[in-house]
Design a binder for this molecule. Structure first.
Ligand SMILES: Nc1nc2c(ncn2[C@@H]2O[C@H](COP(=O)(O)OP(=O)(O)OP(=O)(O)O)[C@@H](O)[C@H]2O)c(=O)[nH]1
Length: 611
């Protein structure tokens, strides 16, 4: 292709993302677009093609980014190449969202006609505006009887300040508006800038590990071109590779001769670890490198840590293999070996957030068949010692003795909560109970309010979101960003079972809440730990001082005594049932403790805590 042809082709490329809150219809709309452009034949179109992972489909959320190349013949008679880049809709993955937006010139903003803008949508729209994207508002689900497109338009204008005169009214369910959306993309989203003759700059906006090809890096070419056989360098990690294949997603990966300015596609280069091709890094040619990497690179750092142990100690090596494999695919997952007196050999793992943590745990159990015991999640604390040393603690049981500690800092976030007026009271109560500091409150329209609080991350890691949902009948939406560290009055609380301290149950709590938390935990443990053959005291202590106590009464339990006579099959069933119940038990000293107990600190309801 001549330079001139390449330029003409570049003029007809449109790169866009879809921004939407969970359930507002992003996947359904993406399906309509794929259908309409005949990218995927209707017969092949599995419901929601873009959400590929099983787990993702089950949970109905987008975890990993995906992209698709579409050909669209527009009303002006020209054929356009669209690249649709899917973005995850969850706070844990906001950095990935920011990189995928950096790969686009435009974004469709999908808002449910019966719901309105939600906190996460707002956060992502502002990210898109920062990247100077052209935003095309689409009000979806107008087929619903409860649709209020005029109210939503006004909300988009008032809250985001977008001009909504050209808003598209759509129903992804019945296909209304799909054609109009495609035409608006052609007219309103700018063609990519950049020059084919400049040194290569390609932005990695996602990468995944394929056991056959190695890492597949998803890239947007910002300057220059890239071909098979060329020597490339990752500008941040400074690793060099030889390109084994370039291609595009249709939406399945298909080889291409070359990727050129404006293209979105993939590169493989026998890269063995996703850590070598990090999201946000810039790919350039090794022998004619670009002068500087693309801006905005950040190393994704885990924020939430927990202990992960195999129920069966023999599966320790299996668990390590599973984590190593998952790490290949997920450069934000971190882990290191850890030994707990209570749980034996396991790993301390770091995650981007709670959802990320749940996803990894579920994948280990499902894909690798390893049953896990996990401890309550914790954040990273900065601990200032009396001797001037500063240490980072991400396992509460490693907290030094109180006498040695001068001060403790914990991470804080700025949280936006959007709710209907009626729920302002309950939301403020929850934030206050979670040690929140009120910052701001704004009306979105007559009906809805945005409340801003500074909150300790650790309180969000606990049951904040669940409480928010249950106290606002599911109406609240919530988003947060990390602000930094602040000093708090934090202490380590230990739990003793039968007089023995259980390291895996230690937590770091605010001094003013220690008594209530301690009381709630010992009560919860009393509920969760089955009666043993002897009486078991459960205590919560700070330093050597016991602050709460409960007792698990002794019983003598023999399930077989229930079976009169010799019904063998019934007997076997009962024994199996008992075995089943025991599977996730760990012996801690002489006491059998079920998995749930290690998460008990997460399961306290607010009322108990406040009472
Ligand atoms: N009535 C109606 N329902 C719709 C429309 N578009 C999507 N839905 C339904 O809304 C629900 C959510 O749609 P999805 O496409 O899965 O939403 P999503 O935004 O992709 O959600 P995540 O993948 O979780 O981010 C599904 O049950 C869809 O069938 C629409 O235009 N009208």
């Amino acid at each position: 292709m001549s330079s001139e042809d390449k330029h003409q082709r570049q003029e007809r490329i449109r790169n866009f993302a879809i921004i939407a809150h969970i359930d507002h219809g992003k996947s359904t709309l993406a399906d309509r677009i794929l259908e309409h452009t005949k990218t995927v034949s209707e017969r092949d179109l599995q419901e929601q093609t873009l959400d590929a992972m099983d787990l993702e489909r089950e949970r109905g959320i987008t975890i990993k980014l995906n992209s698709a190349q579409l050909k669209y013949e527009a009303a002006d008679g020209e054929e356009y190449t669209f690249h649709l880049i899917d973005t995850p809709g969850h706070v844990d993955f906001s950095y990935e969202v920011s990189r995928s937006l950096a790969a686009c010139e435009g974004a469709l903003l999908i808002v449910d006609a019966s719901q309105g803008i939600e906190a996460q949508t707002l956060a992502n729209v502002f990210l898109a505006l920062e990247h100077d994207l052209e935003i095309i508002p689409v009000i979806n689900k107008i087929d619903l009887p409860s649709a209020e497109p005029e109210r939503i338009k006004k909300e988009i204008e008032d809250v985001i300040g977008l001009d909504t005169s050209e808003t598209i009214l759509a129903s992804a369910k019945d296909g209304t508006g799909t054609e109009e959306i495609l035409e608006h993309i052609v007219k309103r989203v700018p063609a990519p800038q950049g020059n084919v003759n400049e040194p290569l700059e390609a932005l990695i906006f996602d990468s995944l590990y394929d056991s056959y090809r190695g890492v597949i890096a998803y890239v947007r070419i910002v300057q220059g071109t890239i071909k098979k056989g060329e020597k490339i360098r990752m500008m941040q990690t400074e690793k060099e590779f030889e390109v084994s294949e370039v291609g595009v997603f249709k939406p399945n990966p298909v080889s291409a001769d070359e990727l050129s300015v404006g293209d979105v596609g993939f590169i493989t280069a026998s890269i063995k670890n996703v850590g070598d091709s990090r999201v946000g890094d810039t790919v350039t040619h090794a022998n004619a490198p670009a002068p500087a990497p693309l801006p905005g690179y950040q190393r994704m750092k885990p924020m939430v840590f927990c202990g992960v142990y195999p129920v069966d100690p023999n599966q320790y090596t299996g668990l390590r293999d599973a984590l190593e494999r998952l790490e290949l695919n997920d450069s934000s997952l971190e882990f290191e070996a850890e030994v707990s007196q209570a749980l034996g050999f396991g790993f301390r793992c770091g995650f981007l957030g709670l959802l990320h943590m749940e996803i990894i745990q579920e994948r280990i159990e499902r894909e690798y068949g390893i049953e896990l015991i996990t401890t309550a999640p914790s954040v990273i604390y900065n601990v200032y010692l009396n001797d001037g040393e500063v240490i980072e603690i991400h396992n509460p049981s490693n907290m030094p003795d109180q006498q040695q500690v001068m001060a403790v800092e914990e991470p804080f976030v700025k949280a936006n909560v959007m709710v209907p007026n009626d729920f302002v009271g309950p939301v403020m109560e929850i934030c206050q109970a979670k040690r929140g500091e009120f910052q701001d409150m704004k009306y979105l329209d007559e009906n809805r309010v945005n409340i801003v609080y500074d909150l300790p991350l650790t309180e969000i890691v606990y049951d904040f979101f669940d409480q928010l949902k249950s106290n606002t009948r599911g109406y609240a939406s919530f988003d947060y960003e990390l602000m930094g560290y602040k000093e708090s009055k934090l202490v380590k609380m230990d739990i003793l079972l039968n007089g023995e301290q259980v390291d895996a149950l230690s937590v770091i709590v605010h001094r003013d809440m220690a008594y209530y938390r301690g009381k709630a935990i010992v009560e919860k443990l009393k509920e969760l730990i089955p009666r043993q053959q002897f009486e078991v005291p459960v205590q919560a202590s700070i330093g050597n001082k016991v602050i709460a106590r409960s007792t698990i009464k002794a019983i003598r339990k023999n399930v077989l005594s229930k079976c009169y006579g010799g019904d063998v099959s019934r007997k076997r069933k009962l024994l199996e049932k008992q075995k089943e119940g025991k599977r996730r038990m760990k012996n801690v000293g002489k006491v059998e403790v079920p998995q749930e107990a290690f998460m008990s600190v997460l399961q306290m309801d607010a009322n108990k805590e406040d009472s």
